[in-house]
Design a protein around this ligand. Structure first.
Ligand SMILES: Cc1cn([C@H]2C[C@H](O)[C@@H](COP(=O)(O)OP(=O)(O)OP(=O)(O)O)O2)c(=O)[nH]c1=O
Length: 194
């Protein structure tokens, strides 16, 4: 029987994957964090970059896992604003700078998901437009002090305190949180896991 390996350290991705009901439908999944180089190649477009990272996470997970009949899933989320790509902030100062850039305007969240069994690799990219309301400097400082921004692309979590600053989204909520559920379901169906 095939096994699914979630190549991710993200608790959000684990919860989202559980929403596909894998346990209920015969297939449970295991989780293994990967540690790939997440730096961007010179001149690499945002969409290419996020797809490459998702694919590399899936491949690295499969490589480390070394169990037969496994399909590994990797995912990556970035925030794109103007021509900048925002990943996870390195420190509070960078989180403040990111939120100041996002305040009062639209940006894109790109999430890629990739699955591989070592022979066949399938992937999908989802772009969602997110609109932030205006945040005052005091609101940004208080939000950063909450700690929530630190492990999240663009320094916010739509599913947490950050959600109260988001006036609109156009696209996939689950993709913003870290794993697009519809696209993931389709990929798992292609790999005969669902
Ligand atoms: C925009 C946004 C991002 N995020 C998260 C999703 C991702 O976990 C994180 C972006 O970092 P990623 O590098 O995509 O993922 P990760 O390091 O958390 O986990 P792994 O590589 O092991 O799979 O930001 C939210 O939780 N909420 C949001 O609203």
């Amino acid at each position: 029987m095939k096994k699914l390996l979630l190549a991710s350290a993200s608790p959000r991705r684990r919860e989202l994957l559980a929403q596909l009901g894998l346990g209920v439908t015969n297939f449970s999944f295991d989780v293994l964090a990967t540690d790939i180089d997440e730096s961007r190649h010179q001149g690499e477009a945002a969409a290419t970059f996020v797809m490459r990272l998702a694919t590399e996470k899936a491949a690295a997970g499969l490589n480390r896992w070394q169990h037969p009949n496994t399909v590994a899933l990797g995912s990556d989320t970035i925030v794109v604003v103007d021509d900048n790509i925002l990943g996870k902030p390195a420190d509070a100062e960078e989180a403040i700078a990111m939120l100041s850039q996002l305040s009062g305007r639209e940006h894109q969240v790109m999430t890629a998901v990739a699955v591989t069994d070592g022979h066949c690799t399938e992937s999908a990219l989802v772009a969602t437009t997110v609109t932030f309301s205006n945040m005052t400097a005091a609101q940004i400082a208080a939000y950063v002090a909450s700690g929530e921004p630190m492990d999240k692309a663009g320094a916010y979590g739509i599913q947490g305190l950050g959600g109260s600053f988001i006036s609109r989204i156009n696209g996939s909520y689950s993709a913003v949180v870290g794993l697009p559920l519809v696209e993931t379901r389709i990929l798992l169906q292609k790999m005969q896991l669902l």
